[in-house]
Design a protein around this ligand. Structure first.
Ligand code: AHG
Ligand code: MN
Ligand code: MN
Length: 283
């Protein structure tokens, strides 16, 4: 697994360089979710594909920017599902973006995720790596090298609320939940990039990030294999919780298709209990 994490570290520097120097325009194509692709989305995808091609333990790749599974090394053990550039529409306003990696062994379902990682491209580059049975580890880049900083532990109650989706399209129970948190003094923190938004909650000790089912997106927006499951694993490893709109752990998801989405909630245990109450979910 070390060679996978080392590869993610070198990918982080390459993508960071591309973000800082590449053309910010659109490509001529759409991805599998029907979203317009930026040239940077495509470039980041190619950087990742090339980097893993020489890592023999990686069997195949599934990218947010490509349809289907891409076979790399038939003898390999792991499938890496990744979002090459999360929040890419924020690059032109110079906000933080990220890359997300889920490392699966066997069939592509949450219970087969063995490790996950994400990179934040902000004022500095940071990396969080989570493996089974350990707190997620934070690394920070300095002089083109990642230095281990600290394990991440989520408090049982925080102060931040990051509610995604178009408010007009929220359900009454979701609106009640969000209003309820604000009336308890929670502060709004939402940039529109799930990587920096979830990273902020993790590092500031707690809170909740939600991307619910909405009237325009009844299955949510965020994709299970590359976005939802990798972060669900990280939040659980940090001592938090990650559930869907029915109260089912996101770590029990079984995607029918690589680009399937799910409503998702990641947070500290107090905020998740508030969510369950507002949604009428039995504990
Ligand atoms: P991507 O750039 O990979 O398509 O992902 C963007 C995602 C995620 O980062 C963010 O939380 C969400 O879209 C924001 O969506 P809304 O603007 O609908 O809240
Ligand atoms: Mn994304
Ligand atoms: Mn993306």
């Amino acid at each position: 697994m070390t060679s996978i994490f080392d590869t993610i570290k070198s990918i982080a520097f390459e993508i960071d360089h591309a973000i800082k120097t590449a053309d910010l325009g659109y490509s001529q194509s759409e991805n599998s979710s029907g979203e317009e692709q930026l040239k940077l989305d495509v470039q980041s995808d190619i950087i990742i594909e090339k980097a893993f091609a020489s890592v023999s333990m990686v069997k195949d790749l599934v990218s947010e920017e490509k349809e289907g599974v891409m076979l790399l090394n038939p003898e390999g053990k792991y499938t890496i599902c990744y979002d090459p550039l999360d929040g890419s529409s924020l690059v032109d306003v110079n906000l933080s973006v990220g890359s997300i990696f889920g490392i699966y062994e066997g069939e592509l379902r949450a219970s087969n995720l063995v490790a996950s990682a994400y990179v934040v491209y902000g004022p500095r580059i940071e990396l969080v790596v989570a493996t089974q049975g350990q707190k997620p580890l934070l690394y920070r880049a300095n002089n083109q090298e990642f230095k281990e900083i600290a394990p991440i532990t989520l408090q049982s109650k925080g102060k931040l609320n990051a509610p995604g989706g178009t408010q007009q399209n929220w359900s009454a129970s979701h609106k009640g939940f969000v209003d309820g948190l604000f009336s308890q003094g929670y502060r709004l923190r939402y940039s529109g990039g799930m990587v920096p938004d979830l990273h902020q909650i993790l590092l500031k000790g707690g809170g909740i990030f939600s991307y619910p089912d909405t009237s325009d997106k009844p299955h949510g927006k965020l994709r299970q294999l590359f976005e939802v499951i990798p972060f669900a694993f990280i939040y659980e490893q940090a001592g938090g919780e990650a559930i869907d709109n029915k109260g089912v752990r996101l770590m029990e998801l079984i995607p029918a298709h690589p680009h399937d989405t799910s409503p998702c909630f990641f947070g500290s245990s107090y905020e998740v209990s508030q969510l369950k109450k507002a949604y009428g979910i039995q504990h």
